[in-house]
Design a protein around this ligand. Structure first.
Ligand code: SAH
Ligand code: TMP
Ligand code: ZN
Length: 423
């Protein structure tokens, strides 16, 4: 339900300390990636998921933090390399790094949140010095098996200092879909300050608030996504720590992301793109309360339409399965109150998730091989950010009369052959 600032009236911005104005409350939610085994059913902990905007620096952020050790631990199940498109995306980034920022003598790149080595593998293959940092031991093990050098720990001041002592300054520090996950973001920027070479860059990419708001991607809001970045809020945050935002480029991945480049203040020229971006954000009022309130109203409408559609299909005897046991799906399922009565199973290609139950509503996660068995009339696509890749894989489904349901930017049935629905 869309709310005013009711639950965390004294919530303070984690960047600048000013007051945060809540604009949407999803209620109590389980940990988004907390997939549970049969024995663990019912033992989950819940926390309040609500989101607000800083009245001063405009950073959009959650009003409650889930401890990092609850989110990221040895058995964290997400594996980046499950998507071919993301593999290509990071390979191409590694390729450009190797030919540009890392083309000097004996360069060093450090990645924060290296997961299963999706980006660093190519760097390692090229024989370039690198360090991955990630507390998720099982994911790090996969990276190590690919020849990637990983430290299983959180990136913060102390680990940054230890890396600097051992390897010297880093030419590039990179982070994808991780920087925004760290509530104590100051500890990361302090660590970057310790570790980065004088003329080095801190490059990070993350889902973009502008796309989330414009396309109603409300399921990007979950415990791990503590901050939803805009170019303006990132620029202000960087300046508070002695860094300058020198570039920002749009990326098509995850429904719309931005790659930001920070450098030490005064060390590099700022690309004119940054100013254009800021003007665009200002013109669209992406952090204006009016825009965020409308976003909240759209979320409520999507919940209503989705539940109505699923109930209607069930009443007509139709069989609907879920596709992609994403962390995003935890927000959708728990906020909408959708359980096995409407979605009896969700297919997912991640071995670590298969055989478990989704957090909170306990829908069984099964391998994609079970998708057609029994043959569903409809599939609800939770992994909408991988729509193209999945549609291509599952052409048989549509050929045999199956239909895809999407809930963003609004609830609709995807017509094959029509333009991509998302991104
Ligand atoms: N970069 C990958 C992984 C994103 S998932 C990609 O874009 O697909 C986020 C990862 O960040 C997880 O593997 C998690 O364990 C890691 N992580 C979370 N907090 C971290 C921290 N403080 N330092 C380093 N890694 C962290
Ligand atoms: P993500 O949206 O956080 O990247 O998660 C995508 C999820 O979807 C992940 O659990 C893996 C799953 N998936 C499939 O089941 N099949 C696929 O083809 C792809 C690309 C992802
Ligand atoms: Zn602030």
């Amino acid at each position: 339900m869309a709310t005013g600032p009711t639950h965390e009236p004294d919530c303070r911005c984690r960047i600048c300390g000013s007051s945060v104005r809540e604009f949407f409350d999803f209620g109590m939610q389980p940990v988004a990636n907390g997939f549970v085994s049969e024995e663990q059913l019912g033992q989950e902990s819940f926390f309040r998921l609500s989101v607000g905007v800083c009245t001063n620096c405009t950073m959009v952020q959650l009003t409650q933090e889930v401890p990092r050790s609850t989110l990221f631990h040895a058995d964290y199940p997400y594996r980046s390399s499950g998507s071919a498109i993301m593999r290509e995306h990071f390979e191409s980034f590694a390729h450009s790094l190797l030919h540009e920022e890392l083309s000097g003598p004996d360069p060093l790149v450090v990645e924060i949140g290296s997961n299963d080595g999706i980006m660093l593998k190519k760097v390692s293959d090229a024989g370039v010095r690198h360090v991955g940092v990630d507390p998720s031991a099982a994911a790090a093990k996969v990276a190590a098996a690919k020849g990637v050098n990983v430290r299983v720990e959180f990136f913060e001041e102390s680990s940054a200092a230890a890396i600097r002592d051992e390897y010297g300054p880093a030419d590039v520090i990179f982070s994808a879909n991780t920087f925004s996950h760290i509530a104590d973001i100051g500890s990361v920027l302090n660590g970057v300050d310790i570790l980065l070479a004088g003329d080095g860059t801190f490059v990070f990419e993350d889902r973009y608030l502008g796309d989330i708001v414009a396309k109603n991607y409300f399921d990007q809001i979950y415990d791990e996504h503590f901050y939803l970045f805009s170019v303006a809020s990132v620029r202000t945050m960087a300046a508070r720590h002695g860094f300058e935002l020198v570039d920002a480029t749009r990326l098509p991945v995850h429904g719309g992301s931005v790659r930001y480049v920070l450098a030490r203040a005064g060390s590099r020229p700022t690309h004119p793109r940054v100013e254009l971006f800021l003007r665009d954000e200002d013109g669209n009022g992406i952090t204006a309360m009016e825009t965020l309130t409308r976003f909240g109203e759209n979320i409520d409408r999507i919940r209503h339409d989705l539940v109505t559609l699923l109930r209607d299909l069930r009443a007509r005897g139709k069989h609907v399965v879920g596709y992609g046991a994403t962390s995003k799906s935890t927000t959708v399922l728990n906020y909408c109150g959708i359980g096995t009565e409407l979605i009896p199973r969700i297919c997912d290609s991640t071995p670590e998730k298969q055989g478990t139950f989704t957090p909170g509503v306990h829908i069984p996660v099964t391998p994609p091989e079970t998708f057609h068995d029994p043959f569903p009339d409809y599939a609800l696509l939770f992994a909408w950010n991988h729509a193209e890749e999945i549609f291509e894989k599952e052409t048989e489904f549509v050929r045999n009369g199956g239909e895809w349901i999407l809930y963003v930017p609004r609830v609709h049935i995807h017509r094959p052959g029509s333009l991509p629905v998302v991104a």
